[in-house]
Design a protein around this ligand. Structure first.
Ligand SMILES: Cc1cc2nc3c(=O)[nH]c(=O)nc-3n(C[C@H](O)[C@H](O)[C@H](O)COP(=O)(O)OP(=O)(O)OC[C@H]3O[C@@H](n4cnc5c(N)ncnc54)[C@H](O)[C@@H]3O)c2cc1C
Ligand code: SF4
Length: 407
C-alpha cells in the first residue's frame, strides 16, 4: 500500500488531453478566473498561451506571478478561487485550471527553464523565519528586487507544511525539492535546523538584518483537554508528518478514528485508508453543508472508503472508546478505535518570538509587526491556504521594500 501512498493520485494531462481541456476555455475578456486567484497567477493569460501551444509563455506567466506555481497547481482548492466563477460552468463544467497549471509547470521543469532572475544588488539583507510557501514566495520577490535573503528553518528540510503536512500522493516531496531549489538558485541561503527564539534570538536577527520577516505558520497542534495523556491519541499533523517522512512505512492500527472536518482530517483519514487500514471513521462537529475541507478532499476521502459521520462532537473518552453527542439531536455515539487522530486545528508559536498576536483569531492584521519586523502566511489573518500564503509572502515583500525605501 505504500506504493499507492507514494504515487500522485490525480493523473496528469498528456499533450493531446491538455489541448482538449484548453480548447474548452472561452478566452473571456476580464476573465473571472484571473480576478479570483488570490496570488494573481492569471489563469486566463496562461491558458490563452497554451491554446496557441506557447508553453514557454504560459510557464513565464505562472512563475513571474507565483513562485510556488507547481505546488499551487496540485493543492490549491481551485473550486473556491479561480474555478468558482469560471464562465464555462454555465455550459458544462469549469475549466480544470489546476490541471493545466500542473502540465505547464511540469513542462517548465522538464526543459529546465529558468524564469526568475536576481535583481541588481541593493546591499540590504533580509532574514526570513520559516521556509513554508509564505517564506519561500517572499524570498523570491525580495531576491528579484535585489535584496540578499537568508531563510532560517527549524526543521532539517525546507518547505513547511508542503513537506510535512500534505500527503505525498497529493504533494510529492520531489516537487517541493524543485520549488525550494529554484529559490536557492535565485540566491537564497537556507539555514536548516535553526529555531529562532531558541538557537538564535529575535533581537539578534533584528540587529543583524535590515528587516526580518516572520513566516512561521501555525504548526502547533491543538489538543482537546479530554485527550491529554491519552496513549491512543495523536495529532493529525504529527501522524501526517511521520507518514510523509517515512514514505508511508508507519505502524498501522486495525481501525482508526479521525476527529475533525478540515483538510488535515481528510488527509489523515485518506492516508490511513491508502496505507491499508481497514476501518477508518471520521467524525466531525460540522454538518456536511458547512464542511471546512475542500470538495476534492472530501470526495477523495469518500472514494478511498472513509466513513464520515457529521454533526457529532466528542463529549468523553475512556481509553480507546470515545463518546460523541449530536450537536442538535438527542443522539449519542460510542466508537472504539486503536488509533485516535485529532484534527482539531493548529495554532502559532510566534508568541515565543516576542510578537503580540491577535487574541481572538490567530494572526496579525496587516504585514508590519513593529520595528523592522514583518509577518506573512498562516500567522496573518485570512485564508489558511497555500495560495494565500503566496499572496501574503508577495505583499509582505512589497511592504519590506517600501519600508527600506525601495519605492
Ligand atoms: C495536513 C494539511 C493539509 C493541507 N492541505 C492544503 C491544501 O490542500 N491546499 C492548501 O492550499 N493548503 C493546505 N494546507 C494549508 C497550507 O499548508 C498552509 O496554509 C501553508 O503551508 C502555510 O504556509 P506558511 O508559509 O505560512 O507556513 P508553514 O507551511 O507552516 O511553514 C512555516 C515554517 O516555519 C518553520 N518555523 C516555525 N517556527 C520557527 C522558528 N521559530 N524558527 C525557524 N523556523 C520556524 C516551520 O518549521 C515551517 O517549516 C494544509 C495544511 C495541512 C496541515
Ligand atoms: S473564466 Fe473559465 S472560460 Fe473564462 S478565461 Fe477563465 S478558465 Fe477560460
Amino acid at each position: 500500500m505504500t506504493q499507492e501512498y507514494m504515487k500522485e493520485m490525480k493523473p496528469a494531462y498528456t499533450m493531446i488531453t491538455i489541448m482538449e481541456e484548453a480548447e474548452r476555455c472561452l478566452l473571456c475578456h476580464d476573465a473571472p478566473c484571473s480576478q479570483s486567484c488570490p496570488a494573481g497567477t492569471d489563469p486566463a493569460r496562461f491558458i490563452r498561451s497554451v491554446r496557441f501551444r506557447n508553453f514557454k509563455g504560459a510557464a513565464e506567466t505562472i512563475r513571474m506571478n507565483n513562485a510556488m506555481g507547481s505546488v499551487c497547481a496540485r493543492v490549491c482548492p481551485t473550486e473556491r478561487y479561480c474555478e468558482y466563477g469560471c464562465s464555462r460552468t454555465g455550459i458544462d463544467k469549469p475549466i480544470d485550471i489546476g490541471g493545466i497549471q500542473r502540465f505547464v509547470t511540469d513542462f517548465e521543469e522538464r526543459i529546465g527553464m529558468v524564469i526568475l532572475e536576481k535583481g541588481p544588488a541593493k546591499g540590504k539583507k533580509i532574514a526570513i523565519i520559516g521556509s513554508g510557501p509564505a517564506g519561500l514566495q517572499a524570498a523570491a520577490t525580495l531576491l528579484t528586487k535585489g535584496y540578499d535573503v537568508d531563510i532560517y528553518e527549524k526543521n532539517d528540510k525546507a518547505g513547511g507544511f508542503l513537506r510535512t503536512g500534505i500527503p505525498e500522493y497529493r504533494m510529492p516531496n520531489h516537487i517541493v525539492d524543485v520549488e525550494v531549489k529554484r529559490i536557492e538558485d535565485l540566491g537564497a541561503k537556507i539555514i536548516l535546523g535553526k529555531e529562532i527564539g531558541k538557537d538564535l534570538s529575535m533581537d539578534q536577527l533584528k540587529k543583524d538584518y535590515d528587516a526580518v520577516l516572520v513566516a512561521v505558520g501555525v504548526g502547533k497542534p491543538n489538543i482537546l483537554d479530554m485527550f491529554n495523556g491519552n496513549e491512543y491519541a495523536v495529532p493529525a499533523v504529527t501522524f501526517l508528518a511521520e507518514a510523509k517522512a517515512k514514505e508511508g512505512k508507519v505502524d498501522l492500527p486495525d481501525n482508526a478514528l479521525v476527529i475533525g472536518g478540515g483538510d488535515s482530517a481528510m488527509d489523515a483519514a485518506t492516508t490511513l485508508k491508502v496505507l491499508g487500514v481497514q476501518n477508518v471513521t471520521c467524525v466531525t462537529r460540522k454538518e456536511l453543508v458547512d464542511f471546512r475541507a475542500s470538495k476534492e478532499e472530501l470526495e477523495t476521502a469518500r472514494a478511498a472508503g472513509v466513513t464520515i459521520v457529521d454533526g457529532y462532537a466528542p463529549s468523553a473518552v475512556d481509553g480507546k472508546v470515545v463518546t460523541f453527542k449530536h450537536r442538535k439531536l438527542n443522539s449519542e455515539l460510542k466508537i472504539e478505535a486503536d488509533l485516535i487522530v485529532l484534527a482539531v486545528g493548529q495554532s502559532s508559536e510566534a508568541g515565543g518570538l516576542g510578537l503580540t498576536m491577535n487574541k481572538n483569531e490567530v494572526g496579525f492584521e496587516g504585514y508590519h509587526a513593529g520595528d523592522n519586523v514583518f509577518a506573512a502566511g498562516d500567522i496573518t489573518l485570512g485564508d489558511k491556504t497555500v495560495v494565500y500564503a503566496v499572496r501574503k509572502g508577495k505583499e509582505a515583500a512589497e511592504a519590506i521594500d517600501e519600508y527600506l525605501g525601495g519605492k
